[in-house]
Design a protein around this ligand. Structure first.
Ligand code: ADP
Length: 307
């Protein structure tokens, strides 16, 4: 099978006149963990619902696990585990029975699998507890066990970290890493908080107002977040023109009348300084600094107007 787990081509979803997904074309590769990052309302759930077959796209198409034809895609769905919005649990049934029922629904004939996934998500000790009596973190884990019981090659999780406390976030992250490594399962996980997925994902896809605004590997993101150049000088509008002319791919943000930040390209510092001096601009500061993940995310979102 090809290395591509999911490929979308100009996937578009409109609710009436409102465009919730706008020509989304992405490709997810086997064994990676993709962080799908966007503010509330960016279109993450809509995208996940479309590729999970819960919503029809308005336009565009996609292939899933190598299948492009709708009939073939629906056959492949049993290899995809999903948890979109709240986990679908039977509150009065035990943890074990919730997973066991799903094992039967997906037709996994291996009866030992229920215990195996409970072990994987760390719920073996509470398997006789009723689902309604679980903590929020445990409910999320049970939702993931249910998504895993078909032994999926692809796991789609919509905001599973939402509302968890820091201890549970760490537990969930470790569990997903284990699932990814031991079960060779590609994971696609959404969040509106970049730092929540930073220590988990191998790749990041940023969505804003229904459009993909950037994709980064973990290394690329690390590089972009680690450094920026802070420039204070006498003519910021002219600095912007010089920057765009000489370094057109550069992301930057004007943060005050006399201050500009240039992200992720520390190597341009010397060249830029030379261009500015040649243009007669008086530089009062030109230094390398660090920016946080959330600051980078905010820049990306705001970047639509200044990039
Ligand atoms: P996210 O998961 O990133 O928070 P959603 O995909 O849930 O975003 O929503 C994207 C946009 O589509 C939002 O503006 C939301 O209000 C709108 N939306 C979602 N579902 C519907 C619906 N059934 N009808 C109309 N608008 C919707």
């Amino acid at each position: 099978m090809s290395d591509v787990i999911l490929e979308t081509r100009n996937l578009t979803k409109k609710y009436g006149n409102f465009c919730a997904l706008d020509n989304v074309s992405i490709s997810l590769k086997k064994d990676h963990i993709y962080g799908f990052i966007g503010e509330n309302g960016a279109g993450k759930s809509t995208f996940m619902k479309v590729v999970s077959g819960l919503l029809f796209p308005t336009a565009g198409d996609y292939s899933l696990l190598g299948a492009a034809d709708p009939k073939e895609i629906s056959r492949k769905r049993k290899l995809v585990g999903t948890m979109i919005e709240a986990p679908a649990l039977y509150p009065k049934f035990t943890v074990y029975r919730n997973v066991e029922m799903q094992r039967m629904i997906v037709g996994n004939p291996d009866a030992s699998y229920t215990d195996k996934v409970l072990e994987l998500v760390g719920l073996s000790d509470v398997k006789e507890k009723k689902a309604k009596d679980l903590s929020m973190g445990m409910k999320q884990r049970l939702g993931i066990a249910i998504a895993m019981v078909g032994n999926p090659q692809f796991l789609i999780l919509d905001e599973p970290i939402n509302g968890l406390d820091p201890k549970n976030i760490i537990a969930l992250r470790n569990m997903l890493k284990k699932i990814n490594e031991e079960s060779e399962c590609t994971i696609f996980i959404s969040s509106h908080i970049l730092s929540e997925l930073y220590l988990l994902a191998t790749d990041f896809i940023f969505i804003h107002k229904g459009r993909i605004i950037e994709t980064n590997t973990h290394e690329e993101l690390e590089e972009k977040c680690s450094q920026y150049i802070l420039i204070k000088d006498s003519d910021i509008p002219k600095t912007v023109i010089i920057l765009e002319k000489n370094y057109p791919d550069t992301q930057y943000k004007v943060i005050a009348d006399d201050t500009l930040k240039v992200y992720g390209k520390p190597e341009i510092k010397a060249g830029l300084s030379r261009y500015l001096m040649e243009a007669g601009i008086v530089i009062t500061e030109l230094s390398e600094k660090e920016q946080s993940l959330e600051e980078y995310f905010m820049t990306l979102i705001g970047g639509e107007t200044n990039a």
